[in-house]
Ligand binder design. Sequence first.
Ligand SMILES: [Zn+2]
Length: 129
Amino acid sequence: MYYRPTKISGRQRLRAILHQRCPRCCQGGVFRGVVAMREECMVCGFHFGREEGYFVGAMYASYFLALGVLGVIFGILWLLLRSVWSIRWIMGLTVVFFLPCVPTIFRYSRVLWMHIDWMIDPDQPGNLN
Ligand SMILES: [Zn+2]
């Protein structure tokens, strides 16, 4: 199957990231479970793990996403509880509220990484079917 890439607008790219879609065609879903990824796009056949250790780069995206989420949770709790609780208890409660967000951060970090990588380096030998 040969997939001919079409021009993707910024709005389409943003929508694909939000809906966790393939970086090449922006249509095929990346995940088949909560954290289980598909090997290839069901629409265009793009192989998501472009090379060995490809998703190590997603850790950078994960770090910044987690930092933002932790900051927002801490900020809200700080505003609500600063007169009642010490900063240590607020930080502990921040972690408790953060833990359910981890699967979502994991998913978005991988999708974000794939889209950034695709925008920088769209055509790799072996990725065009
Ligand atoms: Zn695709």
